[in-house]
Ligand binder design. Structure first.
Ligand SMILES: [Zn+2]
Length: 326
């Protein structure tokens, strides 16, 4: 009998081929574009790819993001503040207000407090520019520790444009773990260049360096994320956790919610219940990685009993800022 492709299989192959070729297409006309759409959606960006128009939109109740073909969404365009008035009292708008209020210190602006979770933490891993490979042991240890308890394991990765330039294999490896159902990754914008000069004071360092092109640092990173097949989340992490009040305002004007930390393990800050834990996964912070692996093994008996869990960052923020919670 001659080889025949059944019709549904044929369409499946065609769909996969067309989506693969679409993701290989360059992104153009990427810009901020705000508006609202049904199902509590806040549109944040618009762009074109392969001759089609797309939106990046956030659900303001769950704080999750997705890409939508523009023809699928009827959007009522308006400024961010006007859109937020329509979507007021959502977890997103409440989290945004809190982040803006916590913006006066030179370090750790945004959402950084421990949350009132039962037991466990939200894990954030920063991928600042580095010539060293990704610390894969963090992820394999996490998957092993939680394999009988919670899959996929939720982690939030703060990624830089320059990390993406030199770590294509590592990104593919992470995407493979996500596809296999081992990891559930929230991708946080950590700027493109992540400028740092150890000889200058913090108030002119990192993203506060005079002359920094904020628009490129934010949108350039998002374009690079999309070109690697990663969907930007609503979250943002300041390089070095350094910012001032007016910089926080600039970031939130893009619809991004800054996330700090209350447990940077390598700085000796301990993880408490509900902490937003920070470690670096770019090969430059072996102490933090060692501390985290120790934390995991100390908690192993509790993990098995489901008494110590990892929480998805979006869910954590949603729980904390949802209207049902006063
Ligand atoms: Zn960093």
């Amino acid at each position: 009998m001659p080889f025949q492709i059944k019709r549904p299989t044929f369409w499946l192959i065609l769909t996969i081929l067309s989506s693969t070729s679409l993701s290989a297409q360059p992104i153009s006309k990427y810009r901020t574009f705000f508006g609202t759409a049904i199902n509590n959606l806040l549109v944040l960006r618009s762009f074109e790819r392969g001759g089609q128009s797309f939106y990046l939109a956030a659900n303001v109740l769950t704080l999750t993001t997705r890409l939508y073909p523009a023809k699928q969404l009827k959007v009522e365009a308006g400024s961010l503040s006007k859109s937020l008035i329509k979507l007021s009292n959502s977890a997103y708008s409440r989290a945004m207000t809190t982040a803006q209020q916590q913006s006066y210190n030179l370090q750790d602006a945004g959402i950084s407090q421990g949350f009132s979770k039962e037991k466990g933490i939200s894990l954030t891993i920063d991928l600042c520019p580095s010539h060293k490979p990704l610390d894969r042991v963090i992820f394999t240890s996490l998957i092993n520790a939680f394999k009988k308890v919670k899959t996929p394991v939720p982690v939030a990765l703060s990624i830089t444009g320059r990390f993406m330039l030199t770590h294509g294999d590592d990104i593919e490896w992470l995407k493979g773990l996500q596809k296999a159902g081992d990891l559930d990754i929230t991708w946080i914008n950590h700027t493109y260049n992540h400028h740092f000069n150890p000889r200058i004071p913090l108030k002119e360092n990192f993203l506060l360096e005079p002359g920094t092109d904020i628009n490129f640092e934010i949108l350039g990173t998002e374009i690079a994320m999309l070109q690697h097949g990663l969907t930007p989340s609503v979250f943002f992490r300041f390089p070095g956790l350094v910012s001032d009040h007016s910089l926080v305002d600039k970031i939130t004007d893009y619809g991004l919610i800054p996330v700090g930390t209350d447990a940077w393990l390598a700085k000796g800050q301990n993880a408490a219940t509900g902490s937003i834990v920070l470690i670096h996964g770019n090969g430059n912070e072996p102490v933090g990685v060692k501390d985290f692996i120790r934390l995991l093994s100390n908690q192993a008996p509790e993990i098995i009993k489901k008494q110590w869990l990892l929480y998805d960052l979006s869910e954590t923020v949603e729980d904390e800022f949802s209207v049902n919670r006063q």
